[in-house]
Design a protein around this ligand. Structure first.
Ligand code: FMN
Length: 191
């Protein structure tokens, strides 16, 4: 059996978004951690329209090609990290839309959060996300990377320069995701 697949989901889609350098840093950290096969899933590239399926996603009767492709992508994941901004004290609409498209594909998989923003470090967005993901039987880990005043960690080229706290938090979260991915695998229908 190969390594479990960790999908790092970049939630923000704005031109010049901070989410991308944050996600790229986390991808490097996850690759070095070595527990996972790591994929970057950029919602700007996935480019889903607002939910346009006629049936509830739990029926899996998808009619649109973009939904079938999105389903196949998330089905492949064994664990997720949502890299989320905080917009108006919540997580962004693009991520909510992407979550709502699917149902079984998310179930019994762990999810961790890398959040960023101003003084709150995106933690209000994460609190909101936990309510949503648990409805889908995803299992959020409490270990988290919370980046306050994120702009101070970007260099002239726009790359994220983490501090030790961020690196340590990322490693703790990756370790917990690996433990839970192994345990939860047995609860999934394909197991
Ligand atoms: C629509 C909007 C709403 C925002 N609301 C918040 C907020 O509630 N809390 C916060 O800390 N930062 C807020 N910000 C600032 C963001 O943290 C900052 O712009 C960040 O870079 C956004 O992530 P992104 O660049 O990946 O889109 C907001 C930014 C935007 C564009």
């Amino acid at each position: 059996m190969g390594k479990p697949v960790l999908q790092i989901v970049v939630a923000s889609t704005r031109p010049g978004r901070t989410g991308l350098p944050v996600a790229r840093w986390f991808r490097e950290r996850a690759a070095a951690h070595d527990a996972f096969e790591v994929e970057l899933v950029d919602l700007a590239e996935v480019n889903l329209p607002f939910l346009d399926e006629p049936h509830h996603p739990r029926l899996r009767q998808y009619v649109n090609q973009h939904t079938k492709e999105w389903s196949a992508t998330i089905e492949r994941g064994d664990a997720f990290v949502f890299v989320t901004p905080e917009y108006n004290y919540g997580f962004n609409a693009v991520l909510k839309n992407a979550i709502d498209y699917l149902h079984h594909e998310w179930q019994y998989k762990p999810v961790g959060f890398v959040s960023y923003g101003g003084v709150s470090a995106g933690t209000r967005a994460v609190q909101m996300l936990k309510q949503v993901v648990t409805t889908l039987k995803m299992v959020p880990v409490s270990e988290a990377v919370s980046i306050p005043f994120v702009a101070q960690f970007l260099d002239e080229e726009g790359r994220l320069r983490p501090n030790d706290v961020m690196d340590g938090a990322a490693d703790a979260m990756l370790a917990e995701l690996a433990r839970l991915a192994a345990a939860l695998r047995h609860l999934r229908p394909a197991a």
